[in-house]
Design a protein around this ligand. Sequence first.
Ligand SMILES: N=c1c2ncn([C@@H]3O[C@H](COP(=O)(O)OP(=O)(O)OP(=O)(O)O)[C@@H](O)[C@H]3O)c2ncn1[C@@H]1O[C@H](COP(=O)(O)O)[C@@H](O)[C@H]1O
Length: 87
Amino acid sequence: MKSFEQLFEQLTETASARPEGSGTVRKLDEGVHAIGKKIVEEASEVWMASEYQSKEEAAEEMSQLIYWTQVMMIKLGLDINDINRYL
Ligand SMILES: N=c1c2ncn([C@@H]3O[C@H](COP(=O)(O)OP(=O)(O)OP(=O)(O)O)[C@@H](O)[C@H]3O)c2ncn1[C@@H]1O[C@H](COP(=O)(O)O)[C@@H](O)[C@H]1O
């Protein structure tokens, strides 16, 4: 289990170290368009799970949407403060 901040720290490190076999690195290399498609896919899965599945399944889909949003943040060079200022 990890927090939003801990995941972001880990993904930032992964993007820099580029470990073999990392799905994060692969998708970062594919670019904004590919990451954007994952965000849209996960957003729709959040909606479907919230409407038709269990709360646990909805929570899992929400975690994946957060993950892909963080991957996009890293791709764009945004950090958590860039997001927090709009909250
Ligand atoms: N939290 C996540 C995470 N959430 C979602 N995902 C990815 O998002 C996909 C979402 O699952 P789906 O069921 O929608 O997709 P799928 O059809 O199974 O997968 P695709 O074929 O579409 O990639 C997963 O298969 C993962 O590829 C994640 N990938 C990685 N992390 C964490 O990121 C860190 C770095 O991971 P790596 O870059 O893989 O080392 C680790 O701590 C991981 O736990």
